[in-house]
Write a protein of this length. Sequence first.
Length: 329
Amino acid sequence: MNTFGRIFRISIFGESHGNGIGVVIDGVPAGIALIEEDFLPDLSRRRSGAAGTTPRKEPDLPKLMSGTWDGFTTGAPLAVFFENTNTRSSDYDKLRDIPRPGHSDFTAGVKFRGFADPRGGGHFSGRITLGLVAAGVIAKKIINPVAISSQILELGGDTDTQRAIANIEGTGDSIGGIIQCTATQMPKGLGEPFFGSVESTLSQLIFSIPAIKGIEFGSGFGAAKMRGSQHNDPYISTDGKTLSNNAAGINGGITNGNDLIFSVAVKPTSSISLPQQTINLKTGQIETLLVEGRHDACIALRVPVVIEAATAIGLADLLLLNEKPSISR
């Protein structure tokens, strides 16, 4: 599925080397101020160009195709489109029959019976996150005054991120990283029990981001080593504020008003310029593959703004769901 949401509903489309990338968003409230320039700050954070990122440079200029008029949202489905202008598809000619280890080439071929676009990863490319970032810009307007930020905690196991990038550049290899995301000024009462919990909602979105391999909320896996007396967050006021925040601002799948905090593990980029063993699907023979093309040495550098966007999308859907008419006692 390429669609997420119950009220704030997004559908992403496009391929890395196709005509373009885009997102259609339904459920956007009318009257939100929105122009194309509003997307640029977040899009620039996702764009390549820094050390450790792909040499492929795209302008990533958003085009509002529908859903706005005179600088405001209309309440109709809203579409944002990004044209692909810098493709080099010849780099991927051989990957139709020789899948890259760690990438989706093999599984996409099986799932779609050989019809999936292999160029640049096709619909499985990290470039598809343009649609998530665009939807996140609108979602952030909906959830205001909630503020979402993120930081890179480490790259390749090193908390000195600049050193980590310097060490990996030029080697042909890649590294991953850990990113922490925080949402402040959170309202109380967002989320539903069990399948609609804040954790399950956000996790589904976060895992839609290519290269994400793990997520933990609050103390996360560290909670397994703690006692209840250590992990429980003591209340200090009637508004739900707590002395600690091991629960990441969530109890029973529902926000308690404290900061929402989680960390995400990003795997190393699959496409590397080192010899790797793979199989030729035509001949059935084991071969050595040296990936060509333009790739990130560390995709984690470009992921923070995508994580923020996914968080905003999830919170916007939960917020709008929470505002549905109900009978009170």
